[in-house]
Design a protein around this ligand. Structure first.
Ligand SMILES: Nc1ncnc2c1ncn2[C@@H]1O[C@H](COP(=O)(O)OP(=O)(O)OP(=O)(O)O)[C@@H](O)[C@H]1O
Length: 525
């Protein structure tokens, strides 16, 4: 098949496997992250890898992409055994990977960014970028500066960069976790087009609906081993979840909220210009959070969620009049930093687990100390290591965190397990207010259900919770009320009964801004 560049798109021989893994294993010390994993991928196949947090999916992908070396087993590429010692070797074979976290320079154009990894000038690349964009439904302006692009557009740039290297196999690690709901169908159209041209796709996702609608095959992993291989189109979410977690998916239970009278936290007419030149300006935000309720903040990512979380948590303390714009228990606290707010009962689960939620090089005990030290873990200047260890161990047990114990480095945990640990650590602080940004990001369906139930339990015990999430379904499940953030402005509050998908979708694109001011105030009241 001819490609737009006149060269053949590799890998259209549907009969023979493109990639075969033969009893591939990988150990990290005593942990068998992958054990005797065997599978085959054919050209044009969209193949899902499904499994609980820590099941070994990322480890497997890293071996295929040359980031990790297998402890034993063989990798066969087009029928030949290969040693993929580095990503450069993988790319030379025709294996590409699109990571969850983009590696683009904000101040360069799309073409300039791509020219950093494809040996051609930005000018020469521009028409090819446009052609690829048209061919695969990835429209993006080659001369646009990356900072002006939405998350979905940035992902397109990453995908085009990968496609320009003509891969026969593309590995995509949770590609939809960064996209707004409206960005998912176009991405799937692109992936289907690629598959139709013979490109194989390895697709990692925790979202069972997506796997069922997109993928031709699914390999299910549990504790490092392959436990099943199915045609996902013939499965239900329940049967997939059962295969994955080995039991039925827990169903959430909730009773109506009984919020307290007085707000635990308020923002009053808060406007803020971020120090980050590419950040979002917040405009006149009014928000009131009461004890015993969960307020959900919905919105397409990049509309001010990060800036709002930073103001609420105290990571961005405010000066001057800003002091009176943020209140905790009725007292002005805009000037307080994150530590001072924690001392008066606020806990915070940030969006980025590595670097902000946890220090990757530190152990889980040390990471526990970072936020729990004011809670009696330091007395007369001395750290009680034993108590810190006990707290970390409780967190591990209660949140079912899979790791080598409390002294394991945070970076050795799989993404979802680290997220569970961070959420558990903040809950253990027994906060009065919990601000949680993307609390179940990258977490498997079973663990996500457990975290959401835990948030509801906290609310029932009188804690005030504010949950910022890109996942509307998550907010529909946990939130008692919802507000939508759009271009730094917050919509009126919607009750559970009012917050249907159509209404929220309308607010997500700024529909609430057209409402007459009076109507907004009535609804908010
Ligand atoms: N560098 C490492 N050092 C030690 N252990 C590791 C390392 N990388 C992964 N592991 C362990 O290997 C196991 C598999 O981890 P992996 O990241 O592959 O899981 P995963 O299925 O991708 O999980 P998630 O869905 O949470 O991303 C886990 O027990 C993890 O703690």
């Amino acid at each position: 098949m001819a490609s737009v560049t006149g060269q053949a798109w590799a890998g259209t021989d549907q009969g023979k496997p493109l990639l075969q893994l033969d009893r591939l294993s990988k150990s990290f010390g005593a942990t068998r992250a992958n054990e005797d994993v065997s599978l085959s991928i054919h050209p044009g196949e969209i193949h899902a890898i499904l499994g609980e947090n820590g099941a070994g999916k990322s480890t497997l992908m890293k071996m295929i992409y040359g980031v990790l070396t297998p402890s034993s087993g063989r990798i066969m590429w087009r029928g030949q055994e290969v040693a993929i010692q580095s990503p450069a070797v993988a790319r030379a074979l025709g294996i590409g990977m699109v990571f969850q976290h983009f590696s683009l320079f904000e101040t360069l154009t799309v073409a300039e960014n791509i020219s950093l990894s494809v040996p051609e000038s930005a000018a020469a690349l521009a028409p090819r970028i446009a052609e690829f964009g048209e061919r695969f439904g990835l429209p993006v302006d080659p001369s646009a500066l990356v900072h002006s692009l939405s998350v979905g557009q940035r992902q397109r740039v990453e995908l085009i960069r990968c496609l320009l290297q003509k891969p026969s196999l593309i590995i995509m690690d949770e590609p939809t976790s960064v996209l707004p709901p409206s960005g998912i169908p176009p991405l799937f159209d692109t992936l289907r087009k690629l598959a139709a041209e013979g490109c194989a796709i390895l697709f990692i996702s925790h979202k069972l609906d997506e796997i069922r609608s997109l993928c031709h095959h699914a390999t299910i992993m549990r504790a490092g081993k392959v436990v099943g291989a199915v045609d996902p189109t013939r499965e239900t979410n329940e049967t997939l979840a059962r295969l994955m977690i080995g039991r039925e998916l827990p169903q959430p239970t909730r009773s109506p909220a009984r919020p307290g009278e007085n707000p635990a936290m308020e923002l009053r007419g808060l406007s803020s210009i971020p120090s980050d030149p590419f950040g979002v300006v917040l405009h006149e935000i009014d928000l009131s959070l009461r004890p015993g309720e969960i307020l959900g903040i919905a919105g397409v990512s990049g509309n001010g969620q990060k800036e709002l979380a930073s103001i609420l948590s105290g990571e961005t303390p405010l000066s001057g009049a800003g002091r009176d714009r943020v209140l905790i228990d009725g007292a002005a606290c805009g000037h307080m930093n994150a530590g001072q707010r924690r001392a008066i009962g606020l806990a915070f689960v940030p969006e980025e687990r590595n670097g902000r939620g946890a220090v990757p090089e530190m152990s889980l005990v040390q990471n526990t100390l970072l936020t729990a030290h004011p809670k009696g873990l330091v007395r007369r200047g001395l750290i009680s290591r034993r108590e810190a260890q006990t707290l970390a161990e409780q967190c591990i047990a209660e949140m079912n965190v899979r790791c080598h114990g409390a002294h394991a480095e945070a970076r050795s945990l799989s993404g979802g397990n680290l997220q569970k640990f961070i959420v558990g650590r903040e809950i253990k602080l027994k906060p009065k207010i919990l601000i949680a940004a993307q609390p179940t990001w990258g977490v498997d369906v079973g663990a996500a259900a457990a975290i959401r139930q835990e948030l509801i339990r906290l609310r029932d015990s009188g804690v005030a919770l504010l949950v910022i999430s890109d996942e509307l379904e998550e907010l529909m499940e946990v939130a008692d009320r919802m507000q939508v953030i759009f271009r730094g402005r917050l919509s009126p509050s919607l009750s559970r009964a009012e917050a249907n998908t159509a209404m929220i979708g309308n607010y997500m694109t700024g529909g609430f801004l057209q409402q007459p001011r009076g109507a907004q105030q009535v609804e908010a009241a």
